[in-house]
Design a protein around this ligand. Structure first.
Ligand code: GLY
Length: 318
């Protein structure tokens, strides 16, 4: 049995690539890296890798995390600039004995010394978004942080290895050096092959308050299904944040257990995810909330076409 689940529709092409590896009995680490690289390399996805939106100084700073559920080894990088595939660097770091989490200049130096591919990650399209947002913020008093999609995936292979990984450019207009949940083990991602794995997307500052990926894996260990664990963790954190500080940021999660059963939940409308396994070709679902429960609605071809159209429509300087 193999399976893979990922946050957001943008993961679909990557999941198709991962499927090719997994159905040939390939390794879950290779499959998840391939899938995430596919998202990182596509310049029209503006919150991951090439084409990711910059911080308030106009620089693209990228975060990524990787966890091997067999060995519990982790690797993560934060606020790295000018390297093309943060996930590959994070995975490499997971193979080191120590120094598994590197940020800023240290991450850049590690990537450079280990021969990773350098690339200017700021596209002309992202520059236009940046210019327009600066203008809107002045004119409309818009808040800098809004609208954000991190790619996060959990993958199980036929040798029962579970891995989890993330990649993101973080929040648009974030402070230089800011990192969210994505490179933080237990918050953005967690995997244990004896239980399963989970990953999150949304407002990193709030996701970290619940160590939500670890929480989901713990709930699955206690016997909850991935769907029950995802809903329980999202509802608990959402309620706690609303009680303690009056509001909760966006919280969306996906999980898969060691049997390949999967779940997805969110406290927002419109969270989408992609899932595939031996009996289920890569399929996009949208999470809808009904009476406090999350249901998964199949994304129609029309919805998928509109998703792509919006991401690729021309943009102009305001
Ligand atoms: N969830 C990604 C971030 O907050 O940066």
């Amino acid at each position: 049995m193999w399976g893979i689940i990922a946050t957001w529709t943008m993961s679909k092409e990557g999941i198709e690539k991962a499927e090719e590896i997994l159905k040939m009995s390939g390794d879950s680490g290779d499959a998840i890296e391939k899938a995430i690289k596919e998202v990182e390399d596509f310049e029209y996805y503006k919150s991951v890798g090439y084409g990711g939106l910059p911080n308030e100084e106009g620089e693209v700073e990228l975060d990524a995390g990787y966890m091997d559920g067999d060995t519990l080894q982790i690797g993560a990088i934060g606020a790295i600039r000018d390297f093309s595939n943060p996930i590959t660097i994070a995975r490499r770091l997971s193979k080191e004995k120590v120094n598994n989490v590197l940020v800023g200049e240290g991450a850049i130096q590690y990537a450079y010394q280990n021969g990773f591919q350098r690339k200017n990650m700021l596209t002309s399209r992202a520059k236009i978004h940046y210019h327009n947002r600066l203008k809107e913020m002045k004119e409309l008093e818009l808040k800098p942080y809004s609208g954000h999609d991190t790619v996060g995936m959990v993958c199980l292979d036929e040798l029962h290895k579970v891995v989890a990984a993330t990649s993101t450019s973080g929040l648009f207009m974030k402070k230089k050096g800011r990192i969210g949940d994505s490179p933080i083990v237990g918050s953005g991602f967690y995997a244990d092959s004896q239980i399963g794995g989970a990953t999150a997307t949304g407002l990193g500052e709030d996701l970290m308050k619940g160590c939500i990926s670890y929480e989901i894996v713990s709930l699955m260990e206690k016997g909850l299904s991935p769907q029950e664990a995802c809903e329980e963790a999202v509802n608990q954190l959402d309620t706690k944040l609303k009680q303690r500080k009056g509001q909760s940021g966006d919280i969306s999660v996906v999980a898969m257990n060691k049997k390949g059963e999967w779940g997805a939940a969110s406290n927002i409308e419109g969270f989408s995810f992609v899932v595939a396994n031996a009996c289920h070709k890569p399929t996009v679902y949208i999470v809808k909330r009904k009476n406090g429960k999350c249901i998964h609605e199949l994304a129609s071809q029309e919805w998928l076409d509109e998703y792509m159209r919006k991401r690729m429509e021309p943009i102009y300087k305001k």
